[in-house]
Design a protein. Structure first.
Length: 209
């Protein structure tokens, strides 16, 4: 309303050119880290899916410049089972998703009933021979706590969804043992204390520690 009434600048996802350019940095850094020999598969938690679009855009530009060659990594869009419009659209062969009524997941970054750039996410996944897969909140929680216990990494449930998705795709035979796979965690598990079994101390506003 403020945009129409007061002429405010619309900085929402894919309504301006800057965010996608920032997300593109992930693709550039992956390429550099792999010494310009890209991995086989990249999994990304797709709420709005802008990060996945940015990675795809970065790789296309690097190809055009001749910095990378060969096959692009398969891009995998990972969603929550309770809010999976991209997964359903991918399975149906649709070019865009349908609004997900009564979207339910505790992973707030994945609770996006319909992404503005859904058609771009689906195009990126299909053109790279990737796929879209969903996991339950329970599977995210198990992956989140397992990683914390075994690796000492407290990641967000959106990132943990990728671990569960990797196991799911490996079980299906879609992922091979020899594949070089990249999982991108997008946040800290400290933002989600309710997902943890452990009782964590909480500081109240104004409290001196």
């Amino acid at each position: 309303k403020g945009i129409e009434t007061h002429g405010w600048y619309d900085a929402s996802t894919l309504k301006e050119p800057y965010r996608i350019e920032g997300k593109k940095t992930m693709g550039l850094e992956i390429a550099e880290a792999f010494r310009w020999d890209l991995p086989d598969v990249i999994l990304y938690p797709a709420g709005g899916g802008v990060g996945l679009i940015g990675i795809w855009k970065a790789f296309q530009e690097l190809q055009t410049m001749g910095w990378i060659a060969g096959r692009m990594p398969k891009l995998v869009a990972v969603q929550a089972a309770g809010c999976n419009p991209l997964v359903q659209a991918f399975a149906a062969g649709a070019e865009a998703s349908v609004f997900c009524e009564e979207a339910q997941t505790k992973a707030s970054g994945l609770r996006v009933p319909k992404a503005l750039g859904d058609f771009l996410v689906l195009r990126a996944v299909r053109e790279t021979d990737g796929c879209a897969v969903d996991v339950t909140d329970c599977q995210m929680a198990v992956a989140m706590q397992t990683l914390a216990a075994k690796e000492g990494m407290l990641i967000c449930p959106e990132g943990a969804a990728l671990i569960a998705a990797t196991e799911k795709l490996r079980h299906r035979g879609w992922l091979q043992q020899s594949d070089r796979v990249v999982l991108l965690n997008t946040g800290s598990g400290l933002k989600y204390p309710e997902w943890l079994d452990a009782t964590l101390p909480k500081a109240e506003i104004g409290q001196t520690l």
